[in-house]
Each structure stands twice: as structure tokens, then as C-alpha cells.
Design a protein around this ligand. Structure first.
Ligand code: FAD
Length: 418
């Protein structure tokens, strides 16, 4: 049987594996983590609403009924395109080669500090589960440290949170930290008042949520301000250190700067001998000059109607399914499917537990109705039924009690800003 190797068990890789299941192929899915991560809800782990296991599922468990699929834990370090093999390094540092007939690269992106990698130490980003639990440790520890702090200036810096980047993740984090401090924690401390927490959301562009219609950006900013978040647009963050950051001309003393601003492609392009960045794929999603190698999801660059497709889960999933159709046509000697075409079902962002914005080609609306749609869609797209059930109950419980599900500082050695 032909062997399809998929690198990455995120939205794109998993969709491809599922769609290939019924074809006469052997599949090997390789990921450097053992889980499929539902990144849109990472911010809820970071802000103590959900537990890690509620938004991440072992890839092996998700695919356990796929008898012809093998799941390997390992980090791909290169592709030998001449001999059709991927090179893997496993946890013990063991090197291995896996040969393929078809290769699907779905390795996503990582955060980028726009060349200022030194910011990473003081302003963690959020891309992996490890990032989210570390951010959660820091946020919760900030309140604990402030309760024990006697110096007023240090206490204020400890209770100041700066989110760099006004895209969906920054907006969602700002809303969630506001609710955590103003609602969930309001009665828990004796020396500090968590409701006095300062939350600043900084966006370099002229408005929040740049991909959305300006009216939705405006209603989001209004809603955040109503929750006590300071929204700063048109302001660049020009330096970050352990004491705070410079925003425009203002120095903000803060021990909690969180980076949600930029991403860079994983090194798939370099593996293929192409120049760094996303891989500009052909209409069937294959890499240039490599019809047997497909690149999908966030790491692929594909233009539709003159514009690049956005890095969202729907694009990755639709690409994964399209690749399965292309492989099927090749195996059965059928005519190839038409060029890939993305069907945009809409974009959403959420602020707290009662407000979201939704937009697609036909509609745009915000408020509680959008929040209900957001909640239903996110529950439906979780990978396993037990995750759907527990997230649903957690949200219902939190809606009525204002309490959160996971306010645990897990690693006391790795909790505070260095
Ligand atoms: C905080 C956050 C919030 C988001 N919110 C939304 C949202 O609300 N709606 C939306 O549509 N999209 C959202 N996105 C974007 C969405 O998650 C991505 O578009 C989607 O995950 C892309 O899927 P993918 O398969 O390309 O990559 P990913 O889902 O990132 O999967 C990549 C996989 O590849 C693995 N991998 C990477 N390198 C290697 C290697 N060398 N070897 C082995 N395995 C490797 C990784 O471990 C990972 O499992 C959000 C992203 C983030 C970070």
C-alpha cells in the first residue's frame, strides 16, 4: 500500500488523516507533542477557566480506530526529498528516517518577536500547551505575590497586565483577565483588591481586530473599556524588560507582559530547500516542483481572489480534506479535483462570558447572540466527546457562579517573572 506521512497533528494534519482513512493507504502521523491542541481555547487555560485536558486530546486516542494509521511521537528535523524520507528525532535523541510515497506537511507557525527574541524571556507568547500553563502560573502568581508585597510601586507593577497585540488572542486574553480579577477573585484576597488590577491592551495598528469590520472593532473596544481594560491603539511597544515595557512615549511598570502579536512559519520551507517563510503552494496544495509533497494550514501560502488565505483553523481543515481528494484521484487514476477553494464560514472573537463578534460574507453581529454561537461552535469542534461535555458544564457553571475551573499554580519554581 502507498505510504502517506503526515507531519503535524494540528487542525490540518488531523483533518487530512481523517479524510484519508477510507483510502487504500498506510498512514503515519508524526507530531512532536502527543496531543492535538485546540488553540482557539488556549487563552482559557492561560486564564484558569479550563484545564489542559479539556482542550487537548492525545492524537493516538483520537485516531485509535484508524487501523492503518500509526502515530509517532518525534520532531521532524528535515526532509530528504531525493530519497523520499523524513528525518525524525525522538525524545531520547534517537534519529530515525521514515520513507513516504506522499508527504503532507502541516507544521503550523510559531510566535515571532519580529527580530527581538530577547523579549521572549519577559513576555511569553501563547502557541503551545506549555506556553498556556506557564502564562497561567504567572498570572495567578502575580496576585499571590501582590498579596505579600509591601512596596506599593512593586505591588502596582505586579497587578498590571500588558497584552501586546490587539488581534483575537490579545482581545480574548484582556477580557478573560478582566473577568478573573474583577469577578472570580474579588472576594479572595485580604490585602489587595484584585478589582484594582490594571489591564492594558496595546495594538500598533489603528484599531483592534484588524481582520474584522471596523464597526465590530469599535464595539469590541467599547465592551473592553466597559470591563475596565485600557485599550491603546496606534501605539508601538518599543522595549520590554523585567520591569515593564515602553508603549509609545509611556513607560508602563508591569511584571506581566504577554505577547500575542506575531507569528512566523515553522521551517517546512527550509526542509524543501525553499527560502524561509511560508511555502507558496500550487493550486492542488503541492509544493513547487514536488507533486508528491503537500503543504497545508498555517505554514502554506495560498492566494484566493488576490489575497492570501488567513491562518485560521477552517483553512487548515479544508486544506487537509482537499489533499485527501488529490491523493485519492492520483491513486485511482481519476481526474484531479478542481483547484483548492476556501469556503469562509465566518470569523469570531470573544470578550468575556457574554460578548463576541461574528462576521461572514453575509452577516456581522456582536453581543450575547454571537457569544452563544461562538460557544456552540467551539464545543462542537473539540476533538473528543468527553471534552465537549466537560467544557460545556464548566462554562455553564462559570456563567452562573463567576468561578473558574483551574486556578492552580502547578510549578512553583516556574511561576514568576524572572
Ligand atoms: C492562541 C491562538 C488562538 C487562536 N484562535 C483561533 C480562532 O479563534 N479561530 C481560528 O480559526 N483559528 C485560531 N487560531 C489559529 C489556528 O489555531 C490555526 O490556524 C490552526 O491551528 C492551524 O492549523 P495547522 O494544522 O496549520 O497547525 P497547528 O494546529 O498549529 O498544528 C501544527 C502541529 O505540528 C506539530 N509540529 C510542528 N513542528 C513539528 C515538527 N518539526 N515535527 C513534528 N511535529 C511538528 C505541532 O506540534 C502541532 O501539533 C488561533 C491560534 C492561536 C495560537
Amino acid at each position: 500500500m502507498p505510504h502517506v506521512v503526515i507531519v503535524g497533528g494540528g487542525f490540518g494534519g488531523l483533518a487530512a488523516a481523517r479524510a484519508l482513512r477510507s483510502l487504500p493507504v498506510r498512514i503515519t502521523l508524526i507530531d512532536k507533542t502527543n496531543h492535538h491542541l485546540f488553540q482557539p481555547l488556549l487563552y482559557q487555560v492561560a486564564t484558569a477557566m479550563l484545564m489542559p485536558g479539556q482542550i487537548a486530546a492525545p492524537i493516538r486516542q483520537v485516531l485509535r480506530h484508524h487501523r492503518r494509521t500509526t502515530v509517532l511521537l518525534g520532531e521532524v528535523t528535515g526532509v530528504d526529498t531525493r530519497n523520499h524520507a523524513v528525518e525524525i528525532r525522538t525524545g531520547e535523541g534517537r534519529e530515525e528516517r521514515v520513507s513516504y510515497d506522499f508527504l503532507v506537511l502541516a507544521t503550523g507557525v510559531q510566535h515571532s518577536y519580529f527580530g527581538k527574541d530577547e523579549y521572549a524571556r519577559h513576555a511569553p507568547g501563547m502557541k503551545t500547551m506549555a506556553d498556556a500553563t506557564m502564562v497561567r502560573n504567572r498570572i495567578l502568581s502575580a496576585f499571590e505575590e501582590a498579596e505579600g508585597e509591601t512596596d506599593e510601586a512593586r505591588r502596582r507593577a505586579g497587578l498590571t497586565f500588558v497584552l501586546v497585540g490587539g488581534g483575537p488572542t490579545g482581545v480574548e486574553m484582556a477580557g478573560a483577565i478582566a473577568e478573573l480579577s474583577r469577578l472570580s477573585m474579588r472576594e479572595d484576597f485580604r490585602r489587595i483588591n484584585p478589582q484594582e488590577t490594571r489591564i492594558v491592551l496595546v495594538e500598533a495598528g489603528p484599531r483592534l481586530l484588524p481582520p474584522f469590520h471596523p464597526s465590530l472593532s469599535e464595539s469590541t473596544a467599547r465592551h473592553l473599556r466597559g470591563m475596565g481594560v485600557e485599550v491603546m491603539t496606534g501605539k508601538l511597544v518599543s522595549s520590554i524588560d523585567e520591569n515593564g515595557c515602553r508603549v509609545g512615549d509611556e513607560w508602563i511598570a508591569s511584571r506581566n507582559v504577554i505577547w500575542t502579536a506575531g507569528v512566523a512559519a515553522s521551517p517546512a520551507a527550509e526542509w524543501l530547500g525553499l527560502s524561509k517563510g511560508k511555502v507558496r503552494v500550487r493550486f492542488d496544495l503541492s509544493a513547487p516542483g514536488r507533486p508528491e509533497i503537500f503543504v497545508i494550514g498555517d505554514v502554506a501560502y495560498y492566494e484566493q481572489d488576490g489575497r492570501p488565505l488567513p491562518g485560521v483553523a477552517q483553512v487548515a481543515m479544508q486544506m487537509g480534506r482537499h489533499v485527501a481528494r488529490v491523493i485519492q484521484a492520483r491513486l485511482l487514476n481519476n481526474a484531479p479535483p478542481p483547484p483548492f477553494h476556501y469556503t469562509d464560514k465566518g470569523n469570531m472573537a470573544v470578550v468575556g462570558r457574554d460578548f463576541a463578534v461574528f462576521e461572514n460574507r453575509r452577516f456581522k453581529f456582536s453581543g450575547r447572540a454571537a457569544w452563544l454561537v461562538w460557544s456552540m461552535i467551539h464545543i462542537l469542534f473539540l476533538a473528543l466527546p468527553n471534552m465537549r461535555l466537560t467544557v460545556f458544564w464548566q462554562w455553564v457553571w462559570s456563567y452562573f457562579t463567576e468561578q473558574r475551573g483551574s486556578r492552580i499554580i502547578v510549578d512553583p519554581r516556574n511561576y514568576s517573572n524572572p
